[in-house]
Write a protein of this length. Structure first.
Length: 356
């Protein structure tokens, strides 16, 4: 397991690279060019500029999250070919500088969705929270305004310029079914995976977060059967999944450790995080500790260990603790604690294997 840590780039992340490299066992950062609008190709000079800053701090830049997919590709519009060509160019450029994994998602309009970015726990910490009933009654515009107003820092997947014309975006999806989305994903993969293969890049789709339809929009990367269907679209080691324990784990019907065992050879990238799911379907992000949430993080790490996992892993989100002012879900402290918990389990498993 190769531990990495998400970093939002120079002048965009309050956490300095020098702090990241002090977290035990972290070897690289997960990065992206956040200032390039979705759909444009990433230029070589911008890629090289971020890469050199990362490497100057003794970290590597093997993992990119995300190269986002333009809405026209998800909608299957004629203009998609132009955006797919740009995506291919981006992959070629990333391959040239030694990027190994590219994480992306295929969720219509919204990326990850929550109703509260700072739900207070009894210990005074705050964390991302999803209230199921509330979202069912909420107007999407109301949710977007609330979420954007609640964070002073930009958030991945919540680019204000992309979400300005929300009602038009919703109109565009009016007649788009899950099957349409599968067809549009298939079209995309058939043109992207051959380029990824030539560029030495493993594409790793992120599951939908949460893994069910919201606001009536289709969502398809949600469970075991759909992951199987997805991987069968193109049979290539360069077509895989970012196995996100917190996204999939928000649906208690998903047995995350079983998914890892089944799909291990097609998981180049692991997102490890815990969520506490309540009886009414609400969920809150918790510390990584198994007993704090509903996902058996011990079982998750054990499943990776049993399968000799050599891919990249990140602690994904954390709570906001010790008064840290940070991007929602992306503080230094709780993610660093999560890493130490994951390593603790991993190292104990290693030792017990050696001791027979
Ligand atoms: C949120 C992240 C997502 C993720 C994308 C991958 O914190 O987990 O924004 O990066 O869905 O494309």
């Amino acid at each position: 397991m190769r531990m990495v840590f998400r970093w939002f780039g120079p002048d965009n992340d309050p956490i300095p690279l020098d702090h990241i490299r002090q977290i035990p066992g972290v070897e690289g950062v997960v990065w992206a060019l956040h200032d390039i609008p979705v759909g444009e190709a990433w230029s070589m000079d911008k890629i090289l500029s971020v890469k050199s800053q990362i490497e100057a701090r003794g970290l590597h830049s093997h993992v990119v999250e995300s190269v986002n997919v333009h809405e026209d590709i998800k909608l299957g519009r004629p203009t998609r070919d132009h955006y797919i060509a740009n995506y291919q160019r981006t992959l070629e450029n990333l391959g040239r500088v030694g990027v190994k994994v590219v994480c992306y998602n295929f969720m219509p309009i919204f990326d990850w969705t929550r109703t509260d970015l700072a739900k207070k726990a009894s210990d005074g910490s705050t964390a991302l929270f999803f209230e199921r009933n509330l979202i069912e009654q909420m107007d999407p515009q109301e949710m977007v305004s609330k979420i954007l107003a609640d964070s002073t820092l930009t958030m991945p997947g919540w680019e204000p310029e992309r979400l300005t014309n929300l009602s038009r975006l919703f109109e565009d999806y009016t007649n788009v079914t899950e099957e349409d989305l599968w067809n549009n994903l298939t079209y995309f993969l058939q043109q992207i995976i051959p380029v990824a293969e030539k560029s030495g890049i493993k594409m790793a789709i992120h599951p939908d977060d949460p893994p069910w339809s919201i606001f009536g929009l289709p969502r398809i990367i949600t469970n075991r059967d759909n992951i199987r269907r997805l991987l069968d679209i193109v049979d290539s080691p360069n077509h895989g999944v970012t196995l996100c324990s917190g996204s999939l784990g928000a649906d208690l019907a998903n047995d995350v450790a079983a998914l890892i065992r089944e799909f291990a050879p097609r998981i180049p990238f692991a997102h490890i995080r815990n969520v506490k799911v309540y009886d009414n379907g609400d969920f809150v992000e918790t510390s990584h500790r198994t007993s704090d949430g509903s996902v058996d993080i011990y079982g998750v790490v054990k499943a990776y260990h049993e399968n000799g996992f050599t891919g990249y892993a990140r602690p994904d989100h954390g709570r906001h603790i010790w008064g840290e002012q940070c991007r929602p879900g992306y503080g230094l402290y709780d993610r660093a604690l999560g890493i130490m918990y994951i390593w603790g389990i991993w190292d104990a498993l290693e030792h017990s294997c050696k001791e027979g």
